[in-house]
Ligand binder design. Structure first.
Ligand SMILES: Nc1ncnc2c1ncn2[C@@H]1O[C@H](COP(=O)(O)OP(=O)(O)O)[C@@H](O)[C@H]1O
Ligand SMILES: [Mg+2]
Length: 429
């Protein structure tokens, strides 16, 4: 890329704000635009460089701005083929094509792909009617997990406690009542016990750079209780993934996935994110692939990644990734998500947020916006997950302490956050 290059990021979440600030910190970048963006990406100067939001259709915004690189954040536009359309219009894009995005867009595709290429994953059946669903469900001695095939905004998976519960879940999906077309095909898979880890790799179709393991906290309440959310907080690196396990993940998941996608005729360029279950015995099982950065994993990964990330993404988009462009720092990062009143069922919006400046004056802290917007000169809540308070530190304990110190300084009516982000790993670094 040319020096002072311009990057367009598609999306409006904390992930995109974190990417925007990380890319602005790169020597090769002069300007970052985020479409549609949020209050955090509104026109401002960050270290002398321009950051701004741009409203409108992503293709039109790209046509107007002619960026040197487009980075697509969320799965929906990727699965709808935005990469293909941008490439056809002559843009350089970091993100998989629609065909390659099927690894996330269809859980049946992903399971068959993993089985065919010997990536460790639980036993499964794919069904499209209740008779087959019933046979498949009772084929498992313990109640299996029921998954809608298509995208369901993180709500398409039922971890049933009984076979009857699994049947009810499958019936809701297959009837079209639960998720419409996304649930007309259902994956029924073996339930795997263990602890989950998020592994991300920046891929150029052949080569990849593996990022440190992160752990998310999906439930709304402390101790992993209450309903599922988009993610209430993360930390990295997660000591659950030992160096030996990381080597296995590299070989058995990422190398096989990239070779497999290439052999199948749709090489994977972009971020491949493996959701893994690590069993008590230290074995691994792939639960899912995502074809983009996690949110809020990005917030901590960007904090511990060193090097010119923009150059790396640009090189990956051309199939020329040089792994030495990036390296992982020895630091640790923790992100605590502040959510709105009523989240996840019915988040309230319009509450005034204060204390952002105080929070950001805590050493090592950056506050990434997700559900926020500007109302006059005030920042107000505009979505379920509002902010990702992220801290870097020399140890996990230091990052944790800083993140919570900053989180307490931010106020809005009904603010919710978990007090136990990273708790299971404290004292380990
Ligand atoms: N085979 C499985 N065994 C045990 N738990 C699972 C299994 N598959 C999924 N889960 C649980 O359900 C969650 C969501 O499943 P996942 O496949 O990641 O779908 P999505 O993120 O698209 O909702 C996982 O994070 C995990 O907690
Ligand atoms: Mg998942």
């Amino acid at each position: 890329m040319t020096k002072a290059s311009k990057i367009l990021i598609v999306g409006s979440g904390g992930r995109e704000h974190a990417l925007a600030l990380r890319l602005l910190a790169c020597a090769s970048v002069g300007e970052v635009l985020v479409t549609p963006g949020n209050a955090g990406t509104e026109a401002s100067r960050v270290t002398g460089k321009l950051l701004r939001s741009a409203a409108g259709d992503a293709l039109e915004v790209a046509a107007r701005a002619s960026p040197d690189l487009v980075v697509i954040g969320p799965e929906v536009p990727l699965c709808e083929g935005l990469t293909d359309r941008l490439i056809a219009a002559g843009h350089a894009v970091f993100g998989p094509t629609q065909r390659a995005a099927q690894l996330e867009g269809s859980k049946a595709f992903m399971k068959r792909f993993a089985a065919r290429h010997h990536i460790p994953t639980g036993r499964f059946h794919v069904v499209t009617d209740m008779a087959a669903a019933e046979r498949a469900i009772y084929d498992f001695p313990a109640p299996p997990v029921i998954k809608a095939d298509g995208l369901a905004a993180g709500k398409g998976v039922v971890v049933a406690e009984t076979h009857r519960g699994a049947l009810a879940a499958a019936s809701g999906m297959l009837s079209g009542a639960a998720f419409g077309a996304a649930g007309r095909t259902v994956v029924i898979e073996e339930r795997v016990q263990g602890a989950e880890a998020s592994m991300h790799a920046i891929c150029d179709g052949e080569r990849f750079v593996l990022l440190p393991a992160a752990q998310d906290h999906k439930r709304i309440f402390d101790g992993d209780r209450g309903p599922n959310t988009g993610g209430m907080g993360t930390y990295a690196p997660a000591p659950l993934v030992t160096p030996a396990l990381e080597r296995r993940i590299r070989r058995e998941v990422f190398e096989r996935a990239l070779q497999g996608m290439k052999a199948d005729g749709h090489p994977f360029r972009g971020v491949l994110f493996a959701g893994l279950m690590i069993t008590a015995g230290g074995d691994l099982s792939l639960l899912e692939f995502n074809v983009r950065f996690g949110d809020p994993e990005t917030q901590v990964l960007m904090a511990v990644l060193e090097g010119d990330v923009a150059e790396a993404l640009s090189a990956a988009s051309r199939g020329e990734l040089q792994p030495e462009l990036l390296h992982v720092s020895r630091d640790h990062a923790v992100c605590v998500v502040l959510a709105a009143a009523g989240y996840p069922d019915a988040p309230r919006t319009g509450d005034v947020i204060t204390g952002l400046g105080d929070a950001e004056s805590v050493t090592g802290v950056t506050v990434f916006h997700s559900g926020t917007k500007l109302q006059g000169s005030q920042v107000v809540t505009s979505g379920g997950r509002v902010l990702g308070v992220t801290a870097r530190g020399a140890t996990l304990d230091e990052a944790h302490e800083r993140a919570y110190q900053a989180a307490e300084l931010i106020r809005f009516e009904g603010r919710q956050f978990r007090r136990d982000i990273a708790a299971r790993a404290l004292g380990s670094s």
